[in-house]
Design a protein around this ligand. Structure first.
Ligand SMILES: *Cc1c(COP(=O)(O)O)cnc(C)c1O
Length: 393
């Protein structure tokens, strides 16, 4: 049994491409070409060169000595926070901009919630000199002013989504509408392992560099490629997919996925999709989804903007359903505490998303000789105001 995608674009019962007829040509063009393009030596060469010299890869695998001592186990942090633009998202946008160029596209659209994916997309569009349009909910534009400014400085046009709740799902609807109207010249860069097939697989493959590096780095440090545990936070699931990718079918390696419980799983203010979600279709993919009894999408909540998503990628829905991964839900309070703890113990200020993953050590006891590799998906600069407000700094 494999936990990776099958030829039809499914992980177990999850995935597929549930899209409006008018989007079919765009998605089909991508589906027919993505594997072929990714396998081209010239693609690999350009992708790897940019990851190295522009993003700054490989990101270090850092043995966190004081954190390890506190929890009496061996903890390694995969330092995606040190990437250019401060998180793992750039791995995917570099891959997709190269894909877009090879498909002959000269216009990029993207949706963004908190603005992190918008910034990562605007960055690679500037790098390549390609027009960039980012759809963002009007409410999010007001809440995330620094990221809106970053996108504008990078040359992107930010278009407000004025319908519905004026947040991420409405921005996504606007982006899809744009793509339907501009099928020839435009590529839609999706920011996580979500959306219709082949997006979840393509994004997972661009992020897989994370686990590829973990294997060789761990071999060098511990004499084995296999950690006892892999830990990552899950919003849509892309940093986690990258962390797990080369270990998915190696069941000697335990997988832990950390979701945002918000104010508590049963509080009504949560983003713990696997626990609260039911099977449904969101953004063209069959997956687990937070919804009301009559199938309306529930507005999620987390202190962390990047985890505040009502769905989860189909790979993760399948990891949950099959029990291959252990899912843990972490509250705002526990995440914030774990984030501040890392600052004091290791001199690293993590993104609040990553702080959710770090809280795993207060929730689960590991053995002294366990090797735990945790993906530190991003740095905390973007979250400073949140940390200031929360801790009254
Ligand atoms: C966007 C983001 C996430 C969540 O997205 P995934 O696709 O689940 O990885 C996690 N951490 C950081 C730092 C982010 O910016």
């Amino acid at each position: 049994m494999s936990y990776n995608i099958n030829e039809k674009g499914y992980y177990g019962e999850f995935g597929g491409a549930y899209i409006p007829e008018m989007l079919y040509p765009n998605v089909e063009e991508l589906r027919q070409n993505y594997l072929k393009i990714m396998a081209e030596p010239s693609f690999q060469e350009e992708f790897n060169a940019l990851l190295k010299d522009y993003v700054g890869r490989p990101s270090p695998l850092y043995f966190a000595k004081r954190l390890s001592k506190k929890y009496n186990t061996k903890i390694y942090l995969k330092r995606e926070d040190l990437n250019h633009t401060g998180a793992h998202k750039i791995n995917n946008t570099i891959g997709q901009i190269l894909m877009a160029k090879r498909l002959g596209k000269n216009r990029i659209i993207a949706e963004t919630g908190a603005g992190q994916h918008g910034v990562a997309t605007a960055t690679v569009c500037a790098l390549m000199g390609i027009e960039c349009i980012v759809y963002m909910g009007e409410i999010d534009i007001a809440r995330q002013a620094p990221n809106v400014a970053r996108m504008k400085m990078l040359g992107a046009t930010v278009i407000p989504a004025l319908s519905g709740s004026r947040t991420l799902k409405d921005a996504t609807n606007e982006a899809i509408r744009d793509w339907i109207n501009n099928p020839i010249d435009t590529h839609y860069i999706i920011g996580s392992v979500v959306g219709p097939h082949p997006y979840p697989d393509m994004v997972a493959k661009f992020q897989a560099v994370v686990s590829e590096e973990i294997k060789s780095q761990l071999l060098e440090k511990e004499g084995t490629e296999d950690p006892t545990y892999l830990v990552a936070c899950v919003g849509g699931g892309s940093n986690a997919a990258g962390t797990y990718y080369h270990y998915l079918d190696n069941e000697a390696v335990n997988i832990i996925a950390v979701e945002a419980a918000g104010l508590g799983v049963d509080s009504g203010e949560s983003a713990a999709t696997s626990v609260l979600g039911k099977e449904g279709i969101i953004h063209g993919s069959k997956t687990l989804l937070m919804q009301t009894n009559d199938g309306q999408i529930t507005e999620p909540y987390s202190i962390s903007a990047g985890l505040d998503y009502p769905g989860v990628g189909p790979m993760h829905a399948n990891l949950y359903k099959t029990g291959r991964a252990e899912f843990i839900a972490i509250t705002d309070d526990d995440a914030m505490k774990a984030g501040l703890d890392l600052c004091k113990l290791e001199g690293i200020i993590p993104a609040i998303e990553s702080s959710h993953a770090l809280a795993v050590f207060e929730h689960k006891t590991f053995k002294p000789d366990d090797i735990v590799v945790l993906n530190l998906s991003g740095r905390g600069d973007k979250d400073l105001q949140n940390y200031i407000d929360y801790f009254k700094l």
